[in-house]
Design a protein around this ligand. Sequence first.
Ligand SMILES: Cc1ncc(COP(=O)(O)O)c(C=O)c1O
Length: 379
Amino acid sequence: MRGPEPRSEIASLPLYVPGATRGRAGGPVIKLSSNESALGPSPAALQAYSAHADTLLRYPETGCDTLRGALAERHGLEVARLVCGNGSDQIVHALTVLYAGPGDEVIFSQYGFLRFKLSAIASGATPVSAKEVVHTVSVDALLAAVTERTKVVLLANPNNPTGTYIPRAELEQLCAALPATVLLVIDSAYAEFVERDDYSDGADLVRGAENIVMTRTFSKAYGLAGLRLGWAYGPESVVEAFNRARLPFPVSSAAQAAGVAALQDESHLRAVVAHNAGAVVWVADRTRDLALPPLPSVTNFNTCRVGEPGTGRAQAALDFLARRNILVRPLDPYGLDNYLRITVGLDKENEKLVDGLAKFVDSHMSGGLGASDPNRCVS
Ligand SMILES: Cc1ncc(COP(=O)(O)O)c(C=O)c1O
């Protein structure tokens, strides 16, 4: 007997594979596989979260009004144009399925965040990938991919997994040239980490447009990935559509409280960003010295080339590190099988990572015997 069947496009939806959480040696791990914060959340956010235990019998604010008020104040944005969601992933997904469907096209860049392709497929639309130039979004390619069927363009700036960004001027060029009927979602999940004068998180472009949305997250610099808290700034018409279609209580009350407290603790955020700025360069310099060159990152991770495509070197390095309980991210789902994405950790964790990579290079890539490494094994 045949049971119910999901919509046909669901069968072609690849399963999302999250960053590894378990090492191969048992015991504690150094988790550099999900671009989480090295320093973790603000103590004030943790306290607000715990303090919430007494009121868990109550439903949360449906519209996250307190949190939206805090976001509006912190970022100088209009509260009526803000929405909060169960992670920014959920907002990007909801917007995609709201604005695109069967017969439509959703555009993203070649190495664009994988969520984009998955949401495009789930919406029933045709996913369209636009070529990048040296692992960086090409606005020309995005625009060349636009047809009369295009409904949504999804752009992460900076992008994960490449760590690269396009400057404000190119973002402006994209916004100006896109048809007004196409929704542009600028996913600025890593905005807090970017310290470049020519960078824009997109908020100023949203302000003057009817078809641009910026999404942000508490999962990265704010260190609250486990709470699932994201937000977006967009035109009122988009906000209204989003609110009509959303579930009534998408964000838990504890997450809302922790988010407000995290926003108020600016010194913690500064410490996170300062640590990252030093550490991301430190790791990049070491991997470069090991002939594992990183892409130019403005985020909290480095994406390093490990040998040539098709040689299995990157997977061998990942396995080698995993046997030492150091977890990094493979990028085969992006067609980048000779790259590894390595999140910035604490200084000690970064040192262990570099030590592990050095041993891998010594034993697997430089033709040496690697005799100094007692754990060495040929993958
Ligand atoms: C570009 C990008 N956008 C969004 C997210 C997810 O954010 P959230 O945890 O808020 O769903 C990530 C997480 O890896 C990301 O890299």
